[in-house]
Design a protein around this ligand. Structure first.
Ligand code: CO
Length: 656
């Protein structure tokens, strides 16, 4: 009885009053508010002007690290915010004098979506070190650590911290099974330690890790590796707070959190309740809740600028993640793609196909870009396969994966499907087993050449090298060669207050629309104009009466292909879209199996083709698809032009 009394309420009350348990192993905290927080909630739109004013106070908290850069920040800043990404870290460094600054580095993908050449990877990481990054959280979508070899060199040379990362993945509802079991994670952690990792991070980007799996995983890692263990999980499925608590009990060294206004939903657990939870225990963070509250108040204040980007669903968690172990972003991509193909009712079939497709593609972790590649291949299989033939439509990105261009998959891919995928593959039909960047030619000399007269230093050159089109556009804004468009300008709190006032008026019924005027009949001199506003296209009819043009009808015309979420891409201006030629009578027709954009034709009019030959390449959902000849014969007519958007069922070619 004596024993059970020790856990009674009187004992707890005593603990809180005068902490009896020494915090002999304080839990260290990595803050993500400046990067993953707004990347998860607001499409990475956080502006430097909203981070700088609170940086000095954040620096006093006592964080182990603050993640401030990398991931999607580099892309969104130069593309949507007219901000120089390098300038942000130089500015923050002035205030974060004792808190190490962390960035998320996508291994050889750096802060982009493809493998870059070694010379570019070395230059980029070197410049990140010099501009102020202290900790490099480095990951690879396949957990193929050969993709770390190049970036480790400049990290170590500059005496910075290399955090080796394992992407957390599952093939069933809980940890275990043939691939992603304890053994796998322990092996990966040891491999990272051998490569010189200063810490090892388990990165659960989809919020899949269940609390007891976190407990046993951390225990196993602590028993098998010497370097500190860091746990990163998203709240998406609702389990992350519990997982962090169990990980703390198992002895995890560092966990990631956000300040409460930018926490939860698809972001991370909030720091404030965790500080209280661990108070008076041996994992007490020692943080001052009042200091945290001061920092949180700042984010509450600036959040109206970003609220319109917040998901407005009632539920703050996504139980789809629990049901299908599918990352939230991947699910919305699948739904969008099926809708574009007029096959929304096939989602169940896609879920049924996914496990097998993923197995055939080497059980890759589901993280950008592999989640899209596997997801879209599963959709293609569901929509186009026949009982006689599977993998009828293999995307170019799937072919790259089968070739080995992304690296080594956790288990080998299916050899039969690989053979089929690599038939006629431009890099060769024999799969590549080496380190991917070894077959990429150096890029920096061309980057310098292309930016001559525009770039002023290597940081400018790297902005261009990473994102040639939008990077060049940004440099032209930066140096005043092109006007800065209003949509990249910051929104002020005054703007937000005005908007809120309008909404309030509207809700109170005080916002009265002007009475509709009677529409006059259309005159004879009516003229039609195409008007392009941002990404939207309007057809406007103008009827001149007494010299004053009057608008008589505006018909918004929907964009034919919805941009895939969640990767933000500027909508291309639909300038003078080429029209398809009317197909000639007779012959066999090749129709578009899905909406998309014509990349190029492989054949020309008059060519002889055999059934199954590639006729053209159609891009849909960022994936390139080979469209095959339905019959053997001569190409009688090519109906579309390169760059043209087509709808499902549009005629692409006619065969005699
Ligand atoms: Co994350």
């Amino acid at each position: 009885m004596e024993n059970s009394h020790r856990h009674g309420t009187s004992m707890i009350a005593k603990l809180i009053d005068e902490p009896a348990v020494a915090a002999d192993n304080p839990l260290k905290i990595g803050d993500l508010t400046f990067r993953d927080g707004h990347q998860s909630l607001f499409a990475t739109r956080g502006r430097t002007e909203d981070l700088l004013p609170i940086a000095e106070e954040m620096n006093k908290v006592g964080y182990w690290s603050m993640e401030v850069w990398g991931g999607a920040t580099f892309d969104t800043m130069h593309r949507f915010l007219n901000e120089d990404p390098w300038e942000r870290i130089r500015q923050l460094k002035k205030y974060l004098t004792k808190t190490p600054m962390m960035m998320l580095l996508r291994g050889q993908n750096l802060v982009g979506y493809r493998n870059y050449a070694d010379d570019m990877a070395e230059a980029f990481v070197d410049r990140a070190c010099i501009n102020g990054i202290d900790i490099f959280r480095t990951f690879d979508a396949l957990n193929d650590y050969r993709n770390f070899e190049t970036v480790i060199k400049p990290i170590k040379k500059n005496k910075k911290h290399f955090q080796g990362t394992i992407c957390y993945s599952l093939t069933k509802p809980r940890m275990g099974g043939e691939v992603y079991n304890l053994e796998y994670y322990v092996q990966k952690a040891k491999q990272l330690e051998d490569m010189g990792a200063d810490t090892v991070c388990v990165k659960d980007m989809a919020g899949l890790i269940a609390p007891y799996d976190a407990y046993y995983l951390v225990k196993a890692l602590k028993e098998n590796v010497k370097v500190p263990i860091h746990l990163h999980s998203h709240f998406t499925s609702g389990m992350a707070d519990l997982a962090m608590l169990k990980a703390a009990e198992a002895g995890v060294d560092i966990i990631d959190t956000c300040l409460s206004p930018w926490a939860y939903r698809s972001s991370h657990p909030a720091i404030e309740p965790l500080v209280m939870t661990l108070k008076a225990t041996n994992r007490d963070t020692g943080f001052d809740l009042h200091q945290l509250a001061k920092c949180s108040a700042h984010f509450e204040k600036v959040s109206p600028k970003y609220r319109h980007l917040l998901d407005d669903r009632m539920s703050t968690i996504d139980i789809g993640v629990l049901l299908h172990q599918t990352p939230g972003g991947m699910l919305s991509n699948l739904i969008n793609q099926l809708r574009d193909m007029g096959a929304s009712d096939r989602l169940g079939d896609v879920f049924a196909a996914l496990p097998q497709v993923r197995k055939e593609m080497g059980q890759v972790p589901l993280v950008t870009p592999t989640s899209q590649i596997v997801g879209i291949q599963a959709v293609n299989n569901v929509l186009f396969d026949t009982p006689e033939e599977r993998y009828k439509m293999i995307s170019a990105q799937s072919k790259d994966l089968f070739y080995g261009l992304y690296g080594r998959t956790p288990v080998p891919v299916d050899p039969e499907i690989q053979k089929k995928a690599l038939k006629g593959y431009p890099r060769g039909e024999t799969p590549y087993a080496g380190r991917p960047a070894e077959i990429i030619e150096s890029e920096m000399p061309k980057n310098w050449e292309d930016t001559k007269g525009l770039a002023k230093d290597i940081d400018d050159v790297l902005i261009y090298g990473m994102y040639p089109m939008t990077g060049k556009r940004f440099l032209n804004w930066k140096y005043g060669n092109e006007p800065i468009p209003p949509e990249v300008m910051p929104k002020t709190l005054e703007d937000c207050a005005k908007e809120a006032e309008l909404v309030k008026k509207a809700k109170a019924g005080l916002l009265v629309e002007k009475p509709a005027k009677e529409v006059p009949p259309k005159g004879e001199n009516i003229r039609q104009f195409n008007v392009f506003v941002d990404g939207d296209y309007f057809s406007v009819e103008v009827d001149a009466i007494g010299g004053v043009p009057m608008i008589t009808g505006i018909n918004p015309i929907p964009q034919p292909v919805a941009a895939p979420r969640p990767v933000p891409v500027a909508a291309p201006a639909p300038a003078a879209a080429p029209k398809a030629a009317a197909p000639v009578e007779g012959g066999s027709r090749l129709e578009a199996p899905m909406p998309g954009m014509v990349i190029r034709y492989v054949v020309k009019e008059g060519d002889q083709v055999k059934e199954g030959d590639v006729v053209m390449i159609l891009e849909a959902m960022k994936m390139e698809n080979s469209i095959l000849a339905p019959v053997s014969g001569a190409v009688k007519q090519i109906t579309c032009k390169e760059g043209q958007s087509v709808q499902k069922g549009d005629v692409l070619a006619v065969f005699a």
